[in-house]
Design a protein around this ligand. Sequence first.
Ligand code: BGC
Length: 764
Amino acid sequence: MVRTLRRTRCFAVLLVTALSAPVAGAALPTGTPPHAGHAAERAFIDALLARMTLEEKLGQLNQPRGLGNDTGPAAQAASEAQIGGGEVGSILGVDGARRTCELQRVAVQRSRLGIPLLFASDVIHGYRTVFPVPLGEAASFDPDEVAVAARHAAVEATAHGIHWTYAPMVDIARDPRWGRVVEGSGEDPYLGAAMAAARVRGFQGDDASSAPGSHLAAPDTLLATAKHFVGYGLAEGGRDYAGADLSERSLREVQLPPFKAAVAAGAQSVMAAFNEVSGIPMHANRGLLEGVLRGEWGWDGVLVSDYNGVQELMAHGVAATREDAGRLALRAGVDVDMVSRIYLSDLPAAVRAGRVPMAQVDAAVRRVLAAKLRLGLFDDPYRYCSDPARQEALTLTAESRAAARRMAQKSFVLLQNDGAVLPLSRSLRTLAVIGPLADHRRAMLGNWAVAAREEDAVTPLEGLRAALGMDTRLLVAQGAAIDGDDTSGFDQAVAAARQADAVVMFLGEHPDMSAEANNRSSLGLPGVQQQLALAVAATGKPVVVVLLNGRPLTIAPLQGKVPAILEAWFPGVEGGNAIADVLFGAADPSGKLPVTFPRNVGQVPIYYAHKNTGRPPSETEKYTSKYLDVAWTPLYVFGHGLGYTTYRYDPPRVSRPKLALDDLAQQVDVRVTNTGKRAGVEVVQLYLRDDVASVTRPVRQLRGFRRVPLQPGESRIVSFTLGFDDLAMYDEQMHQVVEPGTFTVFVGGSSSAEQSARFEVMAP
Ligand code: BGC
């Protein structure tokens, strides 16, 4: 029996924390409401709760939509009569200082208790200043830059009256058919956790100098929502909303870590997922919501349903009536009912008849009131909306555009660059610009940018024009549409290529081929774009393909034909400028893939942190785990991305070849050298493998990364520290342990890093 170092964890606790009943007849608090401090907060809320009728309480849990925000069946919009009647606690999808102030006034002046509203919205990757889609931002491997992007979004959105965003989406996605892969940080829980925490910090602000929680009262705090809890990214067949049959091991090792990181970073809100997990729809999943999220992790924020998610318990087949659905969701720990109105209309009778305990209603109301209190809304309900000049001044500023451009530059991934075609010279005489996305404004913005305006976006063609002098002639040809089978534009495109010194093609997906409900069963370039690329490449000219898309694409046929491929995702309002910066070398490409690119759709799911199996793939052995018709390896591995220079990694050195179980601190040093002629930024990555354990382990797992700028010829030693959390796994009894034995560290520029070192954790 191996002895291990073990960190105990409580198993899913199914008990709701009993909250004391309100003090009957308590007077409404007077004076300044408290900002922080649990006792003060509790006293304030107790007093308020004691004044509330059942309907007013359920009103606080009711979230209707504003106008024009439907991602499901049309729902009844919030009316002033309902707000004035105390039936509304928060609203989805109303923005603008003027309108939010108007509605806030109704809540404060006309409702009996004057409790302010919360305005919620999907501020996903920027607000008016649209940043790259989240998958693109993750490719930067730069959490600090991602936090800056989220901060800009928060400043703009809060100036437009919004208190609460439904972001970040932290679902781990390993099936690129699923449209929402674009909204997350890709396939890896370690990278996903870093991005989740960064976005929460950015949205909510993180003034470390203030008392814990008190910084939330700053008027540009945007409450962050980690979504969709949990397993949403595992949709079977890549079909959005489909369920997941999930082991506790992969739940804890793969799906939960980014949520845990978001919660640890202070996320004030979490959204339940539409899907079921192992037979229990998440909106009724008391074991995971009350048990893990609230019980095990001690989280006390607001749990919001997804759009109509409470009512959908009926379609799932676990609730026969609306009341059943509401009862199950409230009991599971869902505080806010987004758009189904079930809590408001169907729970009063159930509470009165004793079928729903009042304590469950009170617990949910407390959490909603606490969020309002923490934002300072009881102090000044109009603090987010009373200053239209602020809204004007903080929208689409030079600073936010500059941040969006920087973020976009860092998000691009140079997939290949045969013959060093890139960077292009600025003194080209003629440049052909080809493809359906070269001047496509929407494609800069992605599918889900609620406040985006097309006129704000700089297209690639505009970016190239701005970057090139008058001496370069641009020959522009669309060649083909994004989709469809019309090849009539090919000749013109090929003719333009023939006349040019170099060709840049903008290919990819329409933004509406990504995001919610936009799933695909094939992953190739849509329509005839691949044929177009091959026809243009056949001219023999230096051809660069820039991809604009929201998921990994199967572009194997371009390899060896098209010399340079740059993955640019949907890059935001400054996308066109950022693309020009990178194509001409004013900025270096430094992004790395946050998700594996398969060779064909039949390889899906394919991800780097897979298990070895008893018969690991071998080219020469028939009875090993692989395919007859395609290599088992991906087209581009997780973490892959080239620069305009080259790097050498020396073998890593571990500070302590042997570690004691009770002292697991390990330092890994690696020397990285820029061996090329240009400066560059390399994302140095560290992966770890637990060589032999009591349960099977992934072949390697990301455990560290660092962006390292290097001048030509410069060397740097990059140090990583590892500890319990990096070495730990869940054993057969699902205890988190570190087991004695050897571990291998791999260090390099992608998940296929080859330089390695080994150390041993000694048995006591
Ligand atoms: C999506 C959520 C989103 C909500 C509100 C739902 O359809 O799944 O991610 O926050 O709509 O717009």
